[in-house]
Design a protein around this ligand. Structure first.
Ligand SMILES: Cc1cc2nc3c(=O)[nH]c(=O)nc-3n(C[C@H](O)[C@H](O)[C@H](O)COP(=O)(O)OP(=O)(O)OC[C@H]3O[C@@H](n4cnc5c(N)ncnc54)[C@H](O)[C@@H]3O)c2cc1C
Length: 299
């Protein structure tokens, strides 16, 4: 059976959920489809307990509470979970047995089906204390933690974890962070190692006990290694996106959109999946994109 609707939203992360809220408020018929078994996208899967402080109109909120707030504004009977969209053709989306025809299609598939990029050292797969995402972080209280990465996730986690442990190391391969350095400006318990890359780990009984890092130096200079004892290693090298190629024009891993977030015809992309000059992969810009597209489809 083919479902017919006005708006089919593919992806129920913060962007898709926000778009569904707009449809619900304006009584526009919609479907919200997600491949996963729960809504919330990266927030639910990667950082449900983290505080978010940069959503317009909300001073501070725990991420999972933000998702609950968004779910409250959606008719749950319109949500289709475990439904992975594989093909989009004209105005029809195909997800296994599920087919839907919509006047407008909103692609909000974020980073898609992603798997974390590894640290890249030998024996990494044998260590259960090398983590690639955190749902809760209270178990890191007073633990020795090495955090790898230079983007916002690494900086956000460095800030949060250094509040509950005084043995936190942040290691990044460049001299400058890709994320906002203001985040860690006032962190007292954080040792920062720049520019260093992971070199090796020592491990015992399926757990890394230390990580050795190597300074990035000009060619010819003698090697400089440092060993850091660890209880946990947190890797924030981002995700390798997969399975979200619907055949639209891409910019790297992302879908190219025009100034109205249009991909083509009545297909739009909002949130992390879309790409334009200076695109920031945060929640605030995705809200602005949804508002813009919603206004357009209503006019
Ligand atoms: C650790 C961390 C901390 C962050 N902290 C902040 C912060 O403090 N403030 C902030 O503004 N931003 C933060 N971000 C960024 C923010 O989480 C993202 O910008 C946001 O999640 C993007 O939302 P989205 O809905 O576009 O995509 P996603 O959250 O990636 O959701 C996409 C959804 O689409 C679904 N999907 C994918 N492919 C398909 C398919 N083929 N069919 C059906 N469904 C599919 C997925 O299952 C997923 O549910 C953080 C990110 C990380 C990793």
């Amino acid at each position: 059976m083919i479902k017919e609707t006005t708006v089919a939203i593919v992806g129920a992360g913060p962007a898709g959920l926000y778009f569904a809220n707009l449809c619900e408020k304006s009584k526009i018929d919609y479907l919200l489809i997600d491949a996963s078994n729960e809504v919330g996208g990266q927030i639910t899967h990667l950082y449900p307990e983290k505080e978010i402080v940069d959503i317009p109109g909300i001073k501070s909120i725990i991420s999972k509470d933000y998702i609950s707030k968004l779910i409250n504004g959606v008719d749950e009977s319109k949500i289709y979970l475990n439904t992975k969209v594989e093909k989009i053709e004209n105005n029809t989306i195909f997800a296994g047995d599920f087919t839907a025809k919509a006047k407008y299609i909103i692609l909000a598939v974020g980073l898609g089906f992603s798997s974390p990029r590894p640290l890249g050292v030998e024996h990494e797969n044998e260590c259960s204390n090398i983590l690639y995402h955190l749902k809760k972080f209270d178990f890191l209280k007073d633990k020795k933690v090495a955090i790898f990465g230079g983007g916002d996730s690494a900086l956000d986690w460095s800030k949060e974890i250094s509040k509950i442990s005084n043995n936190v190391h942040l290691i990044h391969r460049r001299t400058e962070f890709r994320g906002n350095p203001e985040t860690i400006k006032d962190c007292k318990n954080l040792s920062i190692h720049l520019p260093y890359v992971p070199y090796s780990i020592e491990y015992k009984n399926g757990k890394a006990t230390s990580v050795t890092i190597k300074e990035v130096l000009p060619e010819g200079e003698p090697e400089h290694l440092e060993k850091i004892d660890v209880d946990y290693i947190l890797v924030n090298y981002g995700n390798v996106a997969a399975n979200c190629d619907f055949g639209f024009e891409k910019q790297g891993l992302f879908v190219k959109v025009d100034e109205n977030c249009r991909v083509k015809d009545n297909i739009f992309a909002v949130g992390d999946i879309c790409d334009y000059d200076n695109k920031k992969r945060r929640i605030a810009p995705s809200i602005a994109e949804c508002d813009k597209v919603f206004k357009l489809i209503q006019s």
